[in-house]
Design a protein around this ligand. Structure first.
Ligand code: ZN
Length: 130
């Protein structure tokens, strides 16, 4: 039995599409269209995703480098985690293994929840740091 790449349900008669030399099974036309759109979106945006994630992680670890004042390090920390949260909300990209395991639909939801949590905890950093 195969699993739908998009909604992760078991399917008897998969609607197989091929994207970039990879075969993907989906349960119907709608989901195969959505899966294709998502993979194209991921291909187009992964460059910006990588830059944004790298920048936010560097800022989030700013407090480890004691070069600037505590206030500046706290601001960097907030921007870093906030930007990371925002980035993964806008570009809900995960590892191929995660998509295989959960399907696109659940993975996007999970990643967005994590992103929102990261944004929500941003105001906590100044309380800890200052
Ligand atoms: Zn499906």
């Amino acid at each position: 039995m195969k699993k739908c790449f998009y909604c992760n349900r078991m399917i008897d008669t998969p609607n197989t599409i091929s994207i970039k030399n990879e075969k993907i099974d989906c349960c119907d036309d709608l989901y195969s269209t959505k899966a294709r759109a998502f993979i194209n979106f991921a291909e187009r945006t992964k460059f910006f995703f990588a830059i944004s994630v790298t920048a936010s992680i560097l800022m989030a670890f700013g407090p480890l480098f004691p070069i600037c004042s505590n206030a500046i390090r706290t601001i960097l920390l907030c921007i870093g985690w906030g930007l990371l949260g925002l980035t993964i909300c806008v570009f809900p990209l995960a590892t191929p293994e995660t998509f295989q395991l959960l399907g696109v639909k659940k993975t996007i939801r999970l990643v967005r929840v994590v992103g929102c949590l990261l944004i929500l905890i941003t105001p906590i950093w100044p309380m800890i740091m200052l």
